[in-house]
Ligand binder design. Sequence first.
Ligand code: ADP
Length: 288
Amino acid sequence: MNVESARAGASASSAPVPGGRVPAVSNPDAYAEESSSPRALVKDLSFYYGANKALKQLNMPIADRRVTALIGPSGCGKSTFLRCFNRMHDLQPGSRYEGSILLQPENIDLVGREVDPIDVRMRIGMVFQKANPFPVSIAENVNYGLRLRGMRSRAQLSVAVEQALRGAALWDEVKDRLNSTAMALSGGQMQRLCIARALATNPEMILFDEPTSALDPIATAKIEELIAALREQVTVLIVTHNMQQVARISDYTAFMFLGELVEYAATATLFTNPSQKRTEDYITGRYG
Ligand code: ADP
């Protein structure tokens, strides 16, 4: 991903999005209407925690440089699905994948046994519900993945830190204290730092697991603007319970129920004209 160009769109809510398009927060459908090639193809994906089949033969595309939201009642498998993309389950004994997630255009199967999970995590970043900065400086948080990749040059590292922090719309707030501890940042700043950390390694996709559920409305708005701007450069998959947020920032939505994918559609279509009764019941608040 080119963080340099992402930052222009991410740095301020009023800044024009590169390419002159209207920021998607105000009109999510403007993006979804354009045909978007898939960045990944989920094919017959099932996932087991031991004997418990948590995901049941999911099939859907993940549109390239778009925001795809995963929605559904608690326990329906959203986080489980998200975590398959960067092989988070590999650490859990007894877990098993079936089917594939084919990263395009190379057709690499992200859940294939022959594919190294460390390589997958370099390409697919993740941001969690609770911001989890490391107890080191702001700069070192952002540098972490780059050092793992062997980047040693101080000059290169400091350029990368600035780019990633700009990309996460945090640079202006922290540029004078890059060597101070990240633990002194506010909750919203910490979450943007985690986004900068994810951006630093130029991932192709970023997974967000309810990234704003612990934040106040102002910090939430900043993260939403940031996610909307990031899609110029990176493919985003987000789990959220906030239906307004889904409508504001996503291009496509997948509704899941009891481990199954019930419906996948452009967000505006899914909200205005769902094809499944279960989807309609969920988005109108009848359950969940
Ligand atoms: P959601 O994100 O939609 O709330 P989850 O993906 O967390 O749903 O959970 C889906 C199902 O998998 C649930 O039945 C849950 O109990 C089960 N599950 C989730 N995490 C684990 C785990 N680490 N070990 C065993 N079962 C789990």
